[in-house]
Design a protein around this ligand. Structure first.
Ligand code: PDD
Length: 280
């Protein structure tokens, strides 16, 4: 693979970052994952806007403009001949002279930037045909989940716990209500109404979520943005999760309880179809 690191396109084996990079030492970094279908970027503008917001909230300065960032995405797709998969992008606060809790002056220390592509089948697979099982886990992440930072140890830990229990993902629960999945937004459907938690600092403002809710409204589907419990989810007609790399992923079991008839439901399937038609 050809990757991009701090201004250069290099073979992945030659790409290097400093051991003092704050992304590495302190997870002092923000990221985005944009999917690629048929060689085309899906919703780059949405991801770029959220990236700028994440950077702003953390008083970080991007080392590249958003136009340059788009060009780097296009270059990486072309250089790697990427048809289906995604692009990972990470911007860090850069490498200070030492490890320090105090941020370096952005005038003196430039941010670090890394991008790489990954090939992945997004349009088909067993998890889409059969749906996935999830288990609930306490949400003990920090309180600014609206900022897309690389502090991913807990989501990674939660997913591992889920795997140990024979499930594919964890749905995180705070004060009795589902916040979101380990790396996706969570939804249930009851009597034709799509229910998903409202936007706040408690969850990531999913780019796929925004598109899916827009398409749902255009298709005259009813949407309620409010919190729901695991018990309510277990009694729902269907459940699903959305993310850039999963689009709309059916969920068929929560904590060992089957949702509906235990098969992917019609609403998540329909939303997936609309999304795949409208987005590329
Ligand atoms: N995850 N919530 C969390 C905690 C996420 O990490 C993600 C994305 C989402 C969905 O956001 P979007 O629709 O913009 O992808 C929600 C990415 C895909 C990841 O970490 O790989």
């Amino acid at each position: 693979r050809t990757v991009y690191v701090n201004g250069d396109y290099l073979p992945e084996t030659e790409a290097k970052v400093s051991i003092f990079d704050r992304g590495f030492l302190m997870a002092d970094a923000v990221y985005e994952v944009t999917s690629v279908l048929g060689g085309k970027l899906i919703d780059f503008q949405g991801h770029a806007a959220r990236l700028q917001r994440s950077l702003g909230e953390l008083e970080m300065i991007s080392p590249v403009t958003m136009d340059e960032l788009l060009e780097i995405h296009h270059q990486l797709i072309a250089r790697n001949d990427l048809d289906e998969g995604g692009i990972y992008l990470q911007i860090t606060r850069g490498a200070g002279p030492d490890r320090d809790f105090v941020w370096p002056d952005p005038e003196e220390v430039k941010g670090g930037i890394v991008l790489f592509t990954f090939a992945k089948k997004l349009t088909a697979g067993k998890s889409l045909d059969e749906g996935i099982k999830v288990v609930s886990m306490e949400d003990i992440r920090w309180g600014r989940r609206d900022i897309k930072t690389t502090q991913l140890l807990y989501p990674s830990f939660a997913k591992m716990q889920a795997k140990k229990k024979g499930a594919a993902d964890a749905w995180l629960v705070e004060d009795g209500f589902v916040t979101e999945g380990s790396s996706n937004n969570a939804y249930i459907v009851k009597d034709g109404v799509i229910i998903t938690r409202q936007l706040s600092t408690d969850i990531l403002h999913g780019i796929t979520r925004a598109s899916i809710l827009k398409f749902a409204a255009e298709a005259q589907m009813k949407v309620e943005e409010r919190p729901f419990t695991i018990e309510e989810a277990q009694q729902a007609d269907e459940a699903f999760a959305t993310s850039a790399t999963g689009f709309s992923q059916p969920v068929v079991e929560i904590d060992g309880v089957r949702i509906g008839d235990g098969k992917p439901g019609p609403v998540s399937r329909r939303l997936r179809e609309i999304y795949m038609e409208e987005m590329p």
